[in-house]
Design a protein around this ligand. Structure first.
Ligand code: J2J
Length: 541
């Protein structure tokens, strides 16, 4: 991989993080080896189809790593990984991490349009999918992506591979390979994004491990805890905050739920004695309602100690119900795959747990709240949140021009979030300055959807904005100026699906208009459109 592919921390800063013991010399492959030596027979990962011990996971990772090397995969190569919550996800991740090949973590709902872009930017050489998951045939998707991405040589399938490469046949005697260094890339995470082209987030072994460890300390997670991944485990929140990788680093058990619904999750919490899990706010509400109404009766949830809620703002109303209904402590989690994570602390006063999104998890995190000219604003006033620190990236992968805008000259990441800082240090998320829609924790870059709309022959112009929604927080509304006769909304949305866009990015509502409102300088006024969408949602118009 080229040195210029992603911006590193400055040498003296990195040396400081090492000297202070924040970055250790360990890699994920070594961590798994150490835990397997300490307690080979302890269960590492449990999923619907079965469980795997630390010893077995370690051996399988070695053998798969050797087989992948046999296919020609090398340290530094990028590999698309789009797997659901199954044990094989752990096997694949650790085999790649040990080899030093870099998983590009693709959420299961992503489709050909997104996967092709991810494959092209990363020049991925392999792609891991499950044959079918959630009623969808990923082999079909993988073939299409392979045919459109010239670098993709191998499609490896969990389950019935048809003519593709079956994962279970990738098995070879372990070989001694030069593994990655701690400051090499561990994974490429996917940014929530504000641009038409997705941004990849370069996370190293050192910074990702550090992130998991400080998250663990702040959420009271230790080797006797049990983590449940209810959300797709490749997402940053359930993967590393402290998530599945944090649990495995602790030598604890991680449980992978195939679906996040109460009828699946509640029995798992009981049978696996889950202590920690994480959800987005709409899911917290579903769980609360299920627990309160007894719609999934007879399940003992008393093992649950911490419910992390994040990804989007948790309303005080939901927050207040968590302890009385589920019997556990709420931990608000305001994080981002680019790095910075804020948690409320378990021993914070209820008022802070209910009303704030927490504070940085590491004393080495540096945050600033600034005005439009990057001047610090006083506590209590809203401003743009900037972040820098031992697990916050200094730039996206292969995105030099974008990096110049998304980071300050002295290396702070411009989160795009508008927050206020209270005297007690806790942050309150007040809004967002970035052009993004947060649909119940799922992030949509309007520009990406607008470009797909503009590809329709009957669309002259289009703008996609958020509209408030009681359940998801926000939904997406597309304002479309047609070319002549407007297409039927259903046809237009079908067109977007046909272009291979993830279902959650398909606008919830389409409105045809004769023109889009403009700002004084002739740009489309998204603010006017958002106001219009809000009025519509409130039933005013
Ligand atoms: C308001 N907005 C929030 C919150 C994230 C832990 C937790 C979450 C993520 C995540 C993550 C929010 N209240 N509690 O990676 O490790 C919005 C902000 C933020 C963006 C990041 C983790 N929690 N957000 O959500 O990369 O706008 O990471 O900048 O998906 O989600 O999204 P993402």
């Amino acid at each position: 991989m080229n040195e210029l592919d992603w911006p590193r921390w400055p040498n003296e800063v990195a040396a400081g993080y090492r000297r202070d013991g924040l970055w250790t010399g360990e890699t994920f492959g070594e961590v798994l080896r150490a835990r397997a030596r300490e307690h080979p027979d302890r269960v590492a990962l449990a999923a619907k189809e079965g469980a795997v011990t630390y010893g077995a996971l370690d051996r399988r990772a070695d053998r798969l790593c050797a087989a992948l090397a046999g296919l020609g995969l090398r340290r530094g190569d990028r590999v698309l990984v789009q797997l659901p919550n199954i044990v094989e996800l752990g096997e694949v991740l650790f085999a790649l991490l040990r080899l030093g090949a870099v998983p590009v973590l693709a959420l299961p709902p992503l489709r050909s349009s997104e996967l092709v872009q991810l494959g092209e930017i990363s020049e991925a050489s392999a792609y891991f999918v499950a044959a079918r998951a959630g009623g969808f045939d990923y082999r079909k998707l993988a073939r299409e992506v392979r045919d459109r991405v010239p670098s993709l040589k191998h499609v490896i399938v969990v389950g019935d591979a048809e003519e593709l490469v079956p994962l279970r046949e990738l098995d070879a005697e372990p070989v001694d390979l030069p593994g990655p260094d701690a400051q090499d890339l561990a994974v490429l995470q996917l940014s929530g994004g504000t641009t038409a082209v997705p941004k990849l987030i370069p996370r190293t072994h050192a910074d990702y491990l550090y992130c998991a460890r400080v998250c663990r300390a702040a959420s009271g997670f230790d080797s006797s805890s049990v983590y449940l991944a209810a959300l797709p485990a490749v997402h940053n929140f359930p993967l590393i905050s402290p998530g599945v990788l944090g649990a495995l680093d602790a030598g604890a058990r991680a449980v992978l739920a195939p679906l996040p619904s109460p009828d699946v999750v509640f029995p798992l919490i009981e049978s696996e004695k889950v202590t920690h899990t994480s959800v987005v706010p709409p899911l917290a509400l579903i769980w609360l309602n299920a627990a309160a109404s007894g719609s999934v009766p007879g399940h003992d949830l008393s093992s649950l100690r911490v419910l992390q809620v994040g990804g989007a703002k948790c309303s005080a109303e939901v927050a207040r119900r968590i302890r009385p209904t589920l019997g556990c402590t709420l931990q608000q989690a305001f994080g981002m795959a680019e790095g910075l994570i804020n948690f409320t602390r378990l021993d914070d006063p209820d008022e802070a747990i209910v009303w704030t999104q927490g504070r940085p998890i590491s004393p080495a995190d540096e945050i600033r709240v600034v005005d439009d000219e990057d001047r610090d604003v006083p506590d209590g006033e809203p401003g743009h949140l900037l972040a820098r620190g031992p697990y916050t990236i200094r730039g996206y992968y292969r995105a030099a021009a974008h990096n110049a805008r998304a980071f300050t000259a002295d290396g702070f990441y411009r989160t795009g979030d508008v927050v206020s800082r209270r005297a007690d240090g806790n942050l309150v998320v007040e809004g967002r300055a970035k052009d993004q829609i947060n649909r119940g924790g799922e992030k949509i870059a309007p520009e990406e959807v607008e470009n797909h709309l503009l590809a329709h022959p009957s669309v002259f112009d289009a703008s996609v904005v958020s509209m408030p929604d009681e359940y998801l927080g926000e939904r997406a509304c597309a304002y479309v100026v047609p070319h002549g006769e407007p297409p039927a909304p259903r046809e237009l949305l079908g067109f977007l699906r046909g272009r291979g866009l993830a279902a959650y990015k398909i606008p919830d509502r389409v409105e045809f208009v004769s023109e889009l409102p403009q700002t004084g300088v002739g740009k489309i006024s998204k603010k006017d459109l958002r106001d219009r969408a809000s009025a519509r949602a409130a039933g005013v118009q």
